[in-house]
Each structure stands twice: as C-alpha cells, then as structure tokens.
Design a protein around this ligand. Sequence first.
Ligand code: ATP
Ligand code: MG
Length: 428
Amino acid sequence: MSQSFKKVHAITGMKDILPDGSAHWEHLEETVRQWLAAYGYRNMRTPVLEQTRLFTRGIGEVTDIVEKEMYSFTDALNGEQLTMRPEFTAGIVRATIEHNLLYERPQRVYALGPVFRHEKPQRGRYRQFHQIDVEALGMAGPDIDAEMIIMLARLWKTLGLADIRLELNSLGQADERRAHREALVRHLEQHIDVLDEEARRRMHTNPLRVLDTKNPAMQEMANSAPRLFDFLGEASRAHFDGVCKRLDDAGIGYSLNPRLVRGLDYYNSTVFEWVTDRLGAQGTVCGGGRYDGLIELLGGKPAPAVGFAIGMERLLDLCEQSGAFQAAAECQIYLVHQSDEAQRAAAVLAEKLRDGGFKVIVHPGSASFKSQFKRADASGAQVAVILGEDELRNRQASIKWLRRTDDAQAQQETIPMDSLVEELKQKV
Ligand code: ATP
Ligand code: MG
C-alpha cells in the first residue's frame, strides 16, 4: 500500500490539456498547418532545452524574459547552464546558423510547441504555454513584412474571428535608435520623480522598455516622451511606407502605435501586434517584427529576418468564445452487444468497419443495453450498431441513429451483416 504517498499536482501555471480540450487544439493545429502551407512555410523543430547564453545574448540581458522569467538551471550531471526555451526565435536562428540553412536560399519556417516563462499565472498568462512561431529568414523587403501581416489576417478570417486589431510601429535602424535613445534618456532624467524602481534601473540600460510600462503613474511621462518614429531616416521611412501601402492594397486596417516596442531586444524596423479586447488584461494574441541583426549577433553571416509568434492559449480562448469549435465526437459508430459471443462478433465487425474508414468504439466489457446506449450517446457517435442474440442468429445487425432529427431517429433498422459496411458508408 502506498498510503504515505502525498498526491502529486501539476506545477503551478502548467496546465493539463484533457481530451475534450485537446480536440480543439488538434483542430486549431490542423487549420494552422494548412494555412502555413498555403504560404510555403515548412515545419522545423528545435530542442526545448538550449544553452542559457543563447537567450541572454539573443533576447537581451535587460528584458523581462531574461531578467525574471526564464527557467534556467545547472545540469547536475555535467554542470552545463541550460534554459527551457522562453520563445522560439533564438533557437531557430541558432539551428539556422548551425546547419547553414541560408547557404542556398532564403527559408520560410514555422514551429509549434510549448515555451516556458516563470510569470504570475492568470488568464492568458501561464508558465508553460504554446506558440505558433513563424519566421522568414534571409528576406529583407517590406513585401515580406506585409505578407506576414496579410497571412495573419487570413488566419483570423478562417477561424471566424472578428475584433482583432493591428498595431504597427517601426523601430528603425541602430543609428536611429541611438539618436532617439539619447533624447529619451534626457526625457527620463527630467521625469525621474515619476519613474518607478524598475524604470530607474532600466533607464540607462534599456530606456525603450521603460515606455512599455503598464504603471498608470508613468503614462503621462511615456506619452510625452520623444517618439522613435520621429527619428527615422529616409530608408526606414520608405520601408515602413512600403509595408503600409501593401496593407492598404489588401484592405487591412491598422493603427500606428509609436509606443509599441516589443519585449525583446532583437527587433528593428517593422514591429506589430494583433490585439483584442475580448481576452481581459492579456489582449495581445500575436506579436512580431523584423530582427535583421540577430543572425549576426548570434555568430552567423549577416542576413535579414522577420517573424511573429501567436499565443495558442489566447487564440484558443478567442476561438472558443466565438463558438468556432464544436465538441468533437470520440467515434462515428458505437458497437453495442449482448453475450460473450456477440462481443466477439462485435470486435470482428469493428475491424471491418475501420477497414471501411470509420472511427469505431466497441463497448468494453458487458452491461445492460440501457447503459450501453447511454455510453454510445455520450461518445458523440452518429449511429449505434447493435449485436444481440437475434441479430447473431440471423447474421444481421440493427442500427439506431443517435443524432438525427427526422423520423429515422425513432426507428431501428436491420441490415444483413454482409452488406453492413457498404450500407453505413452510404448513410453515415
Ligand atoms: P505580454 O506583453 O503579454 O507579456 P510578450 O510581449 O511577453 O507578451 P511575446 O514574447 O511577444 O509576448 O510572445 C508572443 C505571444 O505569446 C504573445 O503575444 C502572447 O499571445 C503569448 N504569450 C506571451 N506570454 C505568455 C504567457 N505567459 N502565457 C500565455 N501566452 C503568452
Ligand atoms: Mg511577457
């Protein structure tokens, strides 16, 4: 007996996805894969664990993720410093460099899977969550930025989601950011009295991030801060215009948000977020932008890149709210039987039905017809196939429709065993 064993619970902020919920996940993943294939994106998979320094370098030392959200530890067996990926981009870029993926041509890639951040769990914010991560590597033009945004608009449409709006900004290039940064630090110094502790700590190391604050007392200061957008040179403006024109061509609305800076250091040029009011405080469904310097920063040959990540939990929350998902059935056909012999016949019949392409459950064990029908109904099956003593004797099966609204629902039909699969193929 294990009576002294204290029950184990899942780790805070890490959720089990049970079969009913997982059906929605699979539906969404399938939709997403088809959507990505339509734009020529191919799947790639990188390890969940990476060396910690990949993220400190790639994401940036003075960011929320690296400062306080990473699951980092020392491997007790060999002393390596490791981190559970808090996002996909750094790992994908590492793999791109390691395997020389850009040697021949640019690459469109995507990854789906869990990422890990040690945050305060709440609706839309978990410690293990899932991202759909999409990256276009080796492509520099505004056409690609625009295509990514246009393809996202298509996904929302496919999923039947309304009320997601697009916010856009440009972070320019390094020299433009440097000039803006000097002006910004001066502004922050002038308003030092309203800055909270975190802002004071970051004002010299990552002043742009100070503007990303949610602290109400700092909003006025942030609103009146010098705008990076005003520091952009001609080339940066032309790139941004190029994106906007293509969004206009596609009929996609957007608003310019000069305070949109994104939480990671590697972004430059175009940045964007898709935001909704339907998810409470955690309203950002998708965020992305250009990161033309990251491949070089991580030791690769310089190459431009742009990408985005969608939070799957938030997207699913939206889909469920909009009623896009129906409860998925466990099977199409549920086999009900009485007697040991009938159960064996049912198992043989079930294999034939599966040969015919059906999803089939045979009632496990034995039970009264009544309780078997209850289970059949709960399974979501469209039809129950009944094998009783009479049916066996006559080499027949009876079928009973479980979900029809017409007269057929009330009737039980009897069909010869030999033609059952064919008949069901016509009818189900
Ligand atoms: P936030 O401002 O909400 O913290 P972020 O800027 O940290 O978001 P990104 O790093 O851009 O988020 O990640 C991309 C997407 O992943 C977000 O837009 C969001 O949909 C989702 N996401 C981020 N953090 C979480 C989390 N802890 N739990 C669930 N989803 C998340
Ligand atoms: Mg965050």
